[in-house]
Design a protein. Sequence first.
Length: 372
Amino acid sequence: MLLADEQKIIQQVELMGKPFVVTEHVAQGYWCEGCQSYHYGAFPPEVLAGGLCGPRLTSFVSYLKGKLHGSYSGIQDLFTDVLGLKVSRGYLAKLMQKAARAFSAPYAELIDLLPKQTHLNIDETGHKEKGVPYWTWCFRAKAFIAFKIDPSRGSEVLMDILGQDYSGTLGADFWGAYRKYARQCGVLIQFCLAHLVREVKYLCDFPEPSVQRYGQALLAELKGLFGALHRRAELSAKAFARALAIAEAKIWEAALEPALHPRRYPHGKIHRLIENLALRFHHHGEGYFRFITSPEIQPTNNSVEQAMRFVVMDRHMTQGTRSQRGRDVCERIWTVIATCALQKRSAYDWMHQAICAHFNGQPIPSLLLDSS
């Protein structure tokens, strides 16, 4: 026998037939006998600032464009087929400009904070503007991520953003721009060990036997270092430090083998690939092991590469930008999306707050969780 309050429940979520509301604002007109003309009441300033689309719909377009890599044609089709709202691609572009203006101050705040960070991971990837090569630079700090699109891939970008008095450390690959900036400004770099592993694996597959042998020996010691890193939770602090020190010493020995064991290379015939990597360790090897004495530094640049993945996807799915205004949109919305993802909060919610404040003429909220 069933109890009287016995129940089965099924919940179902469904879209509204028309998932938007049209609010009509009317300004009453009055005839003035004195000036022989009509005068109208004032519309609310946030309505004038928003125009056809309110802050939620403007934020929705920004999310579709920035997070989901939507094209203006695709967003236009979504509005027509799903929402039942006809808009032009030109108007959608105007909405993105409104969003970019709303995000301007929070974006500038993060760019201004970059030179004050104790550690930054940096990487760059290609970008196109009307077919002309540009570069998207990504700066990953502890609490935020910022993007900058520039025609240069050189050290002048770092000098312009970080300045010559930057006192923190950088995490980067072995690209010459970072080394030049570090040399000119006395900045310390943690070179990415993951990039080094990829280069050494190339040596392992090289057809020259001496290069293969050198690469395999070095790769084995690098794997030993990563093995020690993966066992960190199992080891005491003293044992972990010792394991890292032993692994580092073995890597040095394998990398500098041509100088330490010249008899292994009869007649001094050292392949240029071996010589180049040995010379790199001779001049810059310390840069691969700064994380050992500075625990806040990561041994790889993976964190910034992960932050750039959706930007790389956007490059493959769109045709890039066509003007400075387009670059402004991309820099700011990518910064919003990546920073909110890092902080584990909704990018759409923050966009809505920022656009509401912008339309109402109020201060825009910071992208930092604690901006006090």
